[in-house]
Design a protein around this ligand. Structure first.
Ligand SMILES: Cc1cc2nc3c(=O)[nH]c(=O)nc-3n(C[C@H](O)[C@H](O)[C@H](O)COP(=O)(O)OP(=O)(O)OC[C@H]3O[C@@H](n4cnc5c(N)ncnc54)[C@H](O)[C@@H]3O)c2cc1C
Length: 321
């Protein structure tokens, strides 16, 4: 039986859809072990068991959060050495790409990032698929040295009954001297938002340059997000105009979102932006230019001025409440 190791971390006391999707993906490939950096509730462990996880390796060195991503890489290296998994899967994120790179170097292995699908071929080689150029092409690749280390953009297939008996094994990792030399100090977050997390939201309001200015951003983008209980995303153009913080960037250089509904407000539809939202179930685009590519990528395209249409839409939505 092939062994697949997954790095999982809960956000705000729950698993993200991506983490659950990752465990489901792994259970379709082999026997799943999950590396956990800290203790989680029994309910969260049960969710992993339902997805097919059979072992939890629980880090007990509480200094794991003191030494940045290097400490998590050391933890994974310890598990690779002791349990020899065929592959290590991490959810795609900036931090996890760093961890994956460190693990690959330390274990003399190959790393593949931004993978959308994985399968073993007839010769038992793990084959990865990566969508590039905004999904217009697919790269098929495999690792030929060491363990396959992969960061994945998983979709969540939902719970299938793959319930396993779960064993929890405590692991104390002695971090490398180079890891201990790095100390991370945590400061308070300066900004908080009551809106859903961008990558988890069911509805995302995407703001493009066509929104125009801060006043329209507040009235149209924030107003529509408030009316629908949605998260806000933005294009690079909007970030450059400093209409919102850079962590709202959606696209090749920012977050990947797959909401049920994506509103594209004044977004032309550059391939770099499409790369981050093309897996949305339904796209509604509003653009003043009938030739804007986003209108042709949308399920519903509306030709018109964002500043005129969106406030009317908000009024209708609010009247229905
Ligand atoms: C290496 C690289 C990486 C990049 N990564 C990203 C990324 O991760 N994410 C990202 O978003 N971009 C990224 N970009 C930039 C990307 O190429 C585009 O420049 C950017 O997405 C354009 O943003 P936009 O659609 O808001 O602006 P524009 O392309 O300028 O489009 C604005 C749209 O608004 C419409 N409009 C204007 N006025 C109105 C109005 N009043 N009402 C309605 N519509 C109106 C216009 O017709 C137009 O279609 C990257 C670029 C490079 C080179």
């Amino acid at each position: 039986m092939r062994n697949i190791l997954v790095l999982a971390e809960p956000t705000e006391l729950a698993w993200s859809k991506a983490t659950l999707g990752l465990v489901s993906l792994a259970s379709g490939l082999g026997d799943v072990s999950v590396a956990l950096c800290s203790v989680v509730s029994d309910e969260l462990l049960e969710e992993l068991a339902q997805r097919g996880a059979s072992a939890i390796y629980l880090n007990t060195n509480e200094k794991i959060y003191n030494h940045g991503n290097s400490a998590k890489a050391d933890f994974l290296i310890e598990l690779i050495t002791s349990h020899e998994p065929d592959a290590v899967l991490l959810e795609t994120s900036v931090d996890n790409k760093e961890i994956a790179g460190r693990v690959a170097v330390l274990s003399n292995s190959g790393v593949l990032t931004d993978i959308s699908a994985l399968e073993f071929d007839q010769s038992e080689k793990l084959i990865a698929r990566q969508e590039i150029f905004g999904g217009f092409s697919t790269v098929i690749s495999s690792v030929s040295t060491g363990v396959t280390i992969v960061t994945v953009h998983p979709s969540d297939p939902g719970v299938e009954s793959k319930q396993k008996d779960l064993k929890v094994v405590e692991v104390f990792t002695n971090f490398a001297d180079s890891t201990k030399a790095l100390t991370v100090k945590m400061g308070p977050r300066t900004e908080t938002s009551s809106r859903p997390k961008l990558t988890e939201a069911k509805i995302v309001i995407g703001a493009g340059r066509g929104v125009g200015n801060q006043e329209n951003f507040k009235n149209s983008v924030e107003g529509l997000a408030d009316a629908l209980g949605a998260a806000i995303g933005a294009t690079q153009a909007v970030i450059d105009l400093q209409l919102c913080p850079s962590d709202l960037l959606v696209g090749q250089s920012g977050a990947t979102v797959s909401p049920d509904l994506y509103f594209a407000l004044g977004i032309s539809g550059a391939i770099h932006h499409l790369a981050g939202m093309q897996s949305a179930r339904c796209v509604v685009a509003i653009d003043i230019d009938e030739n804007a590519p986003m209108l042709h990528n949308a399920d519903l395209g509306i030709v018109g001025d964002v500043g005129e249409i969106v406030p009317k839409l908000i009024e209708v939505l609010n009247n229905r409440k």
